[in-house]
Design a protein around this ligand. Structure first.
Ligand SMILES: *Cc1c(COP(=O)(O)O)cnc(C)c1O
Length: 347
């Protein structure tokens, strides 16, 4: 017998986007925000005292819960702090899924979901989106204990309307987790559903919209009963003192946040138009990346960009083999990408 549980033995593990060591590269492969976090974040960091480090953090991160509650128009007991949005996904699998309690989600989507399903030893019911990335009606009636809808979806950038998600929440027997890691770049969100539905969990991340991928902070919004259940599976001190302080400073600075998001949206539009001018097919994105389809082999473009120190993401997966996922960078980064693409396509 091997050392590992059978499903751990056969799991491949999540493959994160490449993190190059050099800093002089153009990194458009993991959907980080190209702009720095709020200046208030750096002030809070500078004020961290040894005493703060010596002591355990607040196990619930109540300072952040209050700030996030205010932004989302709920009470603090509707909020749970997580060590990145990814930790919430992991908690949800542990809380709701096992051999007899499957997970369901539309595909293509975030490639972490099947990895977590394998580790939890639960069946993953994958239901394809149609060509326009509408919510598949077959998501209702799967019998899944947990249904996940990534909205805006990765890596497509597509968005399903709040009304459709509301009907889905209404029709499902199990829990609906709406992964809103990218919702800061969309026009609306599903947070208000937690008022009416006792089976809805909203996932938020501080990594993208708030430029804090490095500190690992995300949160859940859900009815207090669901939050209380999820808390049973969390580590006792799942978010550290520095992360709580930093994330709180960031979410409180809504003015900076909104300006930052507007800049990304402006550049997203510009990048989309430039790519279309190079004959890429780019559908509208509601996230901080675009998915570009090319008639020139996408994997070759990917390799040739790396030779020029430009990193984007290529997925050798069903329906994605002819596409590149490109994070929206600064104007200057996007321009360098576009001129590199012009060179590559004319070779
Ligand atoms: C980035 C992301 C998350 C959460 O990321 P964290 O950095 O762990 O907060 C969750 N879902 C999707 C689809 C993402 O892209």
């Amino acid at each position: 017998m091997g050392y590992f549980r059978e499903n751990v033995e056969k799991a491949k593990g999540y493959e994160p986007g490449f993190q190059p060591k050099q800093t002089d590269v153009i990194k458009l492969n993991t959907n980080e925000n190209p702009y720095p976090p709020s200046p208030n974040v750096m002030k809070v960091l500078a004020e961290i005292t040894p005493e703060r480090l010596r002591r355990y953090p607040d196990p619930l991160g109540n300072e952040f819960r209050r700030a996030a509650a205010e932004v989302n128009n709920v009470e603090p007991d509707y909020i749970m702090c997580c060590n990145g949005g990814d930790e919430l996904l992991s908690m949800a699998f542990r809380a709701f899924c096992d051999q007899n309690r499957p997970v369901a989600y539309p595909v293509p989507t975030y490639s972490l979901y099947p990895v977590l399903a394998t580790l939890q030893n639960c069946e993953a019911i994958e239901i394809p989106f149609d060509d326009e990335f509408n919510l598949p009606p077959r998501l209702v009636g799967t019998g899944a204990a947990l249904t996940i809808v990534c909205n805006p979806n990765a890596p497509t950038g597509s968005f399903v309307g709040v009304e459709e998600i509301t009907s889905l929440a209404d029709e499902l027997d199990g829990v609906l987790l709406v992964d809103e890691a990218y919702v800061d770049f969309a026009e609306e969100n599903c947070a208000r559903l937690v008022r009416d539905f006792d089976n809805v969990i909203i996932l938020r991340s501080m990594s993208k919209g708030y430029s804090l991928a490095g500190i690992r902070f995300g949160y859940a919004i859900a009815k207090p009963e669901l939050i209380a259940g999820l808390m049973k599976v969390k580590d006792s001190y799942n978010v550290d003192a520095i992360a709580i302080a930093v994330a709180t400073a960031a979410i409180k600075d809504q003015q900076y946040f909104k300006e930052n998001v507007e800049k990304v949206k402006t550049e997203r539009q510009e990048l989309t138009e430039q790519l279309r001018a190079l004959n890429f097919e780019v559908s509208s994105s509601f996230a901080n990346f675009v998915l570009a389809k090319s008639s020139y082999p996408a994997s070759e473009i990917y390799d040739k960009l790396i030779q020029r120190n430009i990193y984007v993401r290529y997925f050798d997966l069903l329906g994605l083999g002819d596409k590149l996922r490109i994070t929206v960078g600064t104007r200057q980064q996007n321009e360098k990408l576009i001129s590199a693409l012009k060179e590559i396509l004319s070779e």
